[in-house]
Design a protein. Sequence first.
Length: 254
Amino acid sequence: MSVAVSNQNSPSLLDPPALGSSVFTPNMRLPVHRWFRYSAGFSAAWAEAIVASDVGAKPRVLDPFVGSGTTLIAAQVQGAESIGLETHPLVRRICQAKLSWDSDPEELERRATSVLRTASPRAWSDPPALLAKIYPPATLATLVGLRDSIDAARMGDGVDELLWLALLAVLRPCSPVGTAQWQYVLPNKSKSKVAEPMAAFKAQARMMAQDMRTMPLLAAVASLSSEDARTVGNLVDESVDLVITSPPYPNNFD
């Protein structure tokens, strides 16, 4: 079994020189990977290169700290079966939504249009203090209306999760407050350019549908589990050929 580790604090000895494993920014130009800016992510090109260079043909890949799914999608692009473990419920849902890229893009665009048509602003009379700081009332009301419209349109398929992710992805650009390199908001700083929620959601859904049309239709299974990597029980010895991961760094940020 081979192991490739992305170290966000320093380059890995296993990094191909031109691919820098700890760099996430280039992913924002890649289909599916760019659907959500995950600050703790790493290079999809690096992960793809590791899968492609493995000695075995189409290795079975494991990422025990899969995050937003970079390894799983990189493995799919290379036609390799993959398994991801992630205990954080929000991050795991982001990963699951991205794995729904093989849904029907026409259906995504149709239902996104329906969401926009039926959404109406809903004022939040007593929002949490942080939300009140980072969104003007009218913006927050529009975002809540989009959320409610998405919930009402649920049909129990992958498009449900894609619509949810499209809304999640525009929350940051729709806020006028500044943000740090990581996901921390800076309520005392403001941005020069702020997106309008309805237009941002429409553009995000359209971009996602376009990406879905360009992805290779490979029969590569990617499975996602909520199991803790320390106690995972559904993997047997020698059941994977390659591990690609970026471990969490305790106390890096509290």
